[in-house]
Design a protein around this ligand. Structure first.
Ligand SMILES: [Zn+2]
Length: 98
């Protein structure tokens, strides 16, 4: 189907001429047939486009107020207890094997 746009010879409005199946040309205005006596059809609203959300503000990388001071962990009494218990368990196992 061929078509072209030109101003109407009668009313001067911009029309779109489309060739129909049987070869005749029909003037269209928008999606409706053009009729010189009738006012131009309202423009079709623009297709709803999903609004692209504004780019998310990238959070600033966490920056400690002061540099972290590496510290040796204080000797915890818990670890001493653990090693003591471990020793006891090892002794128990040795007894079980024997
Ligand atoms: Zn016309």
């Amino acid at each position: 189907m061929s078509s072209y746009t030109r101003p109407c010879r009668h009313c001067g409005r911009r029309i779109n001429l489309r060739q129909m199946l049987h070869g005749q040309w029909v003037a269209f205005e928008g999606d409706q047939q053009h009729v010189c006596d009738e006012p131009a059809p309202p423009k079709a609203p623009p297709p709803a486009r999903p609004r692209t959300p504004p780019p998310a503000a990238t959070p600033a990388p966490f920056e400690p107020l002061y540099p972290e001071v590496p510290q040796d962990p204080p000797p915890s009494p818990q670890s001493a207890l653990d090693s003591e218990r471990h020793l006891a368990l090892a002794q128990l196992e040795a007894l079980a094997v024997a």
